[in-house]
Design a protein. Sequence first.
Length: 143
Amino acid sequence: MRVSEIMQMDLITCAPTDTVTAAARTMHAHTVGAVLVIDGGRLVGIFTERDLVKLLAEGHDARDRPLSTVMSREVVMAPPDADLLWAAEMMRRRRVRHLPVGDDGMVVGIVSLRDLFVFAESVLRLDPAGAETARGVLAAASG
């Protein structure tokens, strides 16, 4: 199975100049754990719940800080035709919960751990013999 078959295409984005508060409000409004930071149509970073927790835990008052100063810049992007097991393994190795999908900085979708769990559950419900496939995806994601 390919990443493009389960990715979410409703991309939740912010600009690098948006504040941490604006990003948190956007994540809350859309019930997501990350926003893609896009500049000039290209992915320049990602801001996640983990980034927010880290800022708070370190005692920073980051409410008015621009995302460009606090986002994760080292973002791995999966090509749309990437194998789902590869994506799950990459997420586990990089210890990330969100994997943008696209090419050359142009994002077409995103896959989250939640998407992997939903996929694994649907495989089990539709085909009990698919337990091996579901087990492989979950094992790759959770390590």
